[in-house]
Design a protein around this ligand. Structure first.
Ligand code: Z5A
Ligand code: MG
Length: 210
């Protein structure tokens, strides 16, 4: 099926275990089945050289100074921008699992990091047409499998991260109640994504936080 115009940039965000990867994969698979050109990407992209440093950091195999790791997360997005733009302009919708909002929400939950400072290195990235924010309460999050295995996966930190995400809300945000069953959450997410694809097709791709 040929699609005129560009693809939509759709980002899934949220605290730990909110179901982002589950929903991103469902969206990707079902959109492909429906004949909508779609790609799945995730950040951190642990496959690149920078991504491997980040992977080791998250698994607590290395320690990297807080400012330096923040910049590495951002660099990991910038190194993917040429590929993202090429796909979008070719008409492919991108479903992206975490993006700059995670970068800012997590780093600014650390002591002495302001939201403003954290945003600087991501200014100018391709701006999402839609940010789905999966909101899961902590009581449910800690019960999901693999909670607590990586750095940052503790309740006090995650509560600060959630507050930061909500401070970053703009017109592209849609908050989704992630406490419901997978299929119910999916229905909500899918409807928003299909609308975003229609609405962004002939709009120029914008820059984030400019
Ligand atoms: N980080 C950062 O600091 N700076 C940055 O710039 C970026 C990231 C981009 C790695 O992220 C860490 O990097 C992350 C932020 C930081 N740290 N933390 N926390 P990651 O994305 O690689 O993290 P992860 O280990 O994959 O966890 P996650 O992504 O937070 O989980 P999720 O994708 O939201 O959830 P899921 O894998 O889809 O589901 C988790 C489990 O719950 C799984 O068993 C599902 O089957 C189950 N599940 C999912 N949905 C449901 C529903 N609705 N009901 C019941 N069970 C469910
Ligand atoms: Mg995930």
């Amino acid at each position: 099926m040929s699609y005129p115009g560009r693809g939509a940039l759709v980002v899934l965000e949220g605290c730990d275990k909110a179901g982002k990867t589950t929903q991103a994969k469902l969206l990707y698979e079902n959109m492909i089945k429906a004949g909508i050109p779609t790609n799945y990407m995730c950040f951190p992209d642990r496959t690149t050289k920078i991504g491997k440093l980040i992977d080791d950091y998250l698994k607590c195999n290395n320690d990297i100074e807080d400012h330096a790791i923040h910049l590495l997360f951002s660099a990991n997005r910038w190194e993917n921008v040429p590929k993202m733009k090429e796909l979008l302009h070719r008409g492919t919708t991108l479903v992206i699992d975490r993006y700059a909002y995670s970068g800012v929400a997590f780093s600014s939950a650390k002591k002495n990091f302001s939201l403003d400072w954290c945003k600087q290195c991501d200014i100018g990235l391709p701006k999402p047409d839609l940010v789905l924010f999966f909101d899961l309460n902590m009581h449910n999050a800690v019960q999901r499998p693999t909670y607590g295995q990586e750095r940052y996966e503790n309740q006090t930190f995650q509560e600060k991260v959630r507050r930061n995400f909500l401070l970053l809300q703009d017109e592209s945000f849609k908050v989704i109640d992630a406490n419901r069953p997978i299929e119910v959450v999916y229905e909500d997410a899918k409807n928003s994504v299909l609308r975003a694809i229609q609405e962004s097709r002939f709009k120029p791709l914008q820059e984030l936080w400019v």
